[in-house]
Design a protein. Structure first.
Length: 275
């Protein structure tokens, strides 16, 4: 009888030991899993991930659950989680790849390097940054060989010029509407000397979409380093309505890449050039 009780006690102790051990094991695995989860921040995989922005990425992801991780990071880095014209940053120096948009502006006295006259394929008094001008003349000459007429109708603009333009639009349409098609002074890409509006001489630039020249530009502009800056399907990123007439010079290599990947300049810039 005593022997049996002893065996029973030993058995009970053994059972407790087994239960205790397995409890300890599962707990430990859980702990490891938690640690792994903490270290496994999926945003970190991207070269343009910025640790300071982590909370903004998480909030943006919650608001836009269908966006890829990459797009969440890029859009937050662009500042798209803030309203246009808030959290703005001054771009102090001219750079041929500079970005000027509703978050990045230049000061009133900013002047692009190497501004030159556009002496062909332009209305009077047009100025552009030199390399942009050379590329435009080359493009317009090639277009003419295909019987296409490209003409620069608005190029470099000063702060004061843009200020007048914008204020007039506001007077007519109000701030909200004016903001969809016109930049506030300092925020205009025209101020960089790297952007221009084009018509085909025969019809107003606002009807450029309906011209053969527009189709030619869609097929050929990138070969000369120009991109359609405000495309129809990127309005929420650029903050501008579709502008078939407005082109930005970024060089052949970048323009080609952007065309192949259907990117607007914000997407390209914040993936590859943001430092
Ligand atoms: Zn324009």
């Amino acid at each position: 009888m005593k022997k049996e009780i002893n065996v029973l006690i030993i058995l009970i102790i053994l059972i407790f030991l087994i239960i205790g051990f397995s409890y300890f094991r599962t707990n430990n695995t859980k702990k490891n899993e938690n640690i792994q989860e903490e270290n496994n921040n999926p945003f970190q995989e991207y070269s343009f991930y910025q640790e300071n922005n982590l909370n903004r990425y998480l909030n943006y992801q919650e608001n836009y659950p269908n966006l890829s991780l990459k797009d969440v990071i890029l859009r937050v880095n662009m500042n798209l989680d803030h309203s246009f014209y808030t959290q703005t940053k001054e771009v102090k120096e001219f750079n041929p790849l500079m970005i000027v948009n509703k978050y990045n502006y230049v000061s009133r006295d900013f002047t692009p390097s190497n501004l030159v006259k556009v002496d062909k394929f332009a209305i009077n008094g047009m100025l552009l940054e030199e390399n942009c001008k050379l590329a435009f003349i080359e493009m317009a000459s090639k277009a003419l060989e295909d019987n296409m007429n490209l003409r620069a109708v608005s190029t470099y603009r000063t702060y004061d010029y843009q200020n007048n333009l914008y204020n007039n639009y506001v007077k007519n349409d109000g701030v909200e509407e004016a903001d969809t098609y016109s930049a506030r002074p300092g925020f205009s890409e025209h101020h960089t000397g790297l952007a221009l509006d084009i018509d085909n001489i025969k019809t107003s630039y606002t009807n450029f979409l309906k011209t053969e020249e527009f189709i030619w530009m869609m097929n050929n502009a990138y070969k000369y380093g120009f991109i359609l800056r405000y495309p129809e399907d990127k309005v929420e990123i650029t903050g501008y309505m579709y502008e078939p007439w407005h082109y930005r010079f970024v060089g052949v290599e970048i323009a080609t890449y952007m065309k192949e990947h259907n990117l607007t300049y914000e997407e390209y810039y914040y993936e590859f050039l943001d430092k």
